[in-house]
Design a protein around this ligand. Structure first.
Ligand SMILES: [Zn+2]
Ligand SMILES: [Zn+2]
Length: 350
């Protein structure tokens, strides 16, 4: 059943989806921490520490025992489903609106994304649109390359500090101020409003579902506990770090075959692990493309799922760059492989 077109986007949201305008550092300085930021920081601290503790307990629990295939399958199924919720639901559908989907499909993928415990969809999309608008300059919430004032990080120590900041550190800094103006178009979709409100419920469901599966399949309390550990906490830990690697690794190491206004990189390892999201230079060059693996060998399982859903009639209006658009942004072979190549100036991009 076709879905109605969403209302027009607010200017800030649109700016985040299109090639960004140049913003002077002073205008894009990181906002001060508010009480709302403090609350988010505490919740994020729990979301980082609890899955790590779960991993420790799971390893201790399973040490020296045979591989439990029931838990392997529960872990794998939950990891793939919730990672797809982030890549397809949170990122490509909601944040970049790179395709349209019927309401049940929107609901399903956003609920699965919520189970990944990376924050409610509006907060996630707002931060990510802000990242695209200010990528690798002041105002970017998680650039590994510049500090809060927009100053470029130099040297090994600074690179490691940037890596930490982009991977985890940024979760403990204030970002909520002004986020609302990035998500006005999303707030007009009743499906997104509902899933955003139900975030905590879906986090709980993401922990109870694998426990239930483990308990029912093995018909034991131990099976339920192992299901909670592996399919719940360890899975959250893994999907967290894979997603965060897109923010950290993919702005530091890899190739940049396309011109973008930042230091985004295609990283094959993250590309495969993150279901296509590691082709991050492609993504920054063409933010509204539903397909991130733009060349035949760039495995993009998220796009394969989107294509399958379109064949089934559940997804439509898939946005892809044309041949001419791809050719217009292609960099030379020498520049594409040089990770130390300086950022393109805005004059070059235009
Ligand atoms: Zn990026
Ligand atoms: Zn994006």
């Amino acid at each position: 059943m076709p879905t109605p077109m969403p209302p027009p986007m607010a200017d800030d949201a649109r700016a985040a989806l299109e090639p960004r305008a140049v913003v002077p550092p002073s205008a894009a300085a990181r906002p001060k921490e508010s009480p709302a930021d403090r609350k988010v920081r505490t919740l994020n601290l729990c979301a980082v520490i609890v899955p790590f503790l779960g991993l420790m307990v799971a390893v201790w629990f399973s040490w020296g025992t045979m591989l439990d295939w029931v838990q392997v399958w529960i872990f794998t199924g939950m990891a793939v489903a919730t990672a797809a919720g982030i890549t397809i639901g949170y990122h490509r559908l909601a944040t970049h609106r790179s395709f349209e989907a019927v309401a049940p499909v929107r609901y399903l993928f956003l609920a699965l994304g919520s189970m990944a415990v990376q924050g409610p969809i509006f907060e996630w999309a707002g931060n990510h649109r802000r990242h695209h608008q200010h990528s690798d300059e002041a105002g970017d919430p998680h650039s590994p390359n510049v500090d809060a004032s927009g100053t470029w990080r130099k040297g090994l120590k600074s690179t490691l500090a940037g890596l930490w900041h982009a991977h985890i550190g940024w979760l403990f800094q204030g970002h909520s101020k002004g986020l609302g103006r990035y998500i006005k178009d999303l707030q007009a979709d009743p499906v997104m409003v509902a899933v955003n409100r139900q975030f905590q419920l879906w986090v709980l469901a993401g922990l109870l579902l694998p426990a239930l599966l483990g308990g029912l399949i093995t018909w034991s309390l131990t099976g339920a506990l192992l299901g909670l550990l592996w399919g719940g906490l360890v899975r959250v830990f893994l999907v967290h770090h894979v997603t965060w690697s897109v923010n950290s690794v993919c702005h530091l190491w890899g190739t940049s075959p396309f011109r973008s206004q930042d230091h985004s990189r295609n990283n094959a390892i993250v590309g495969v692990l993150a279901m296509g999201e590691g082709w991050h230079n492609n993504h920054h060059a063409f933010p509204t493309s539903a397909r991130h693996g733009l060349r035949w060998w760039e495995l993009d399982t998220s796009y394969l799922i989107i294509r399958t859903l379109s064949i089934l009639g559940l997804v439509r209006a898939i946005r892809l760059p044309t041949r001419a658009q791809l050719a217009a942004k292609k960099r030379t072979r020498a520049a594409a492989g040089d990770v130390n190549a300086p950022a393109l100036t805005d004059a070059t991009v235009r």
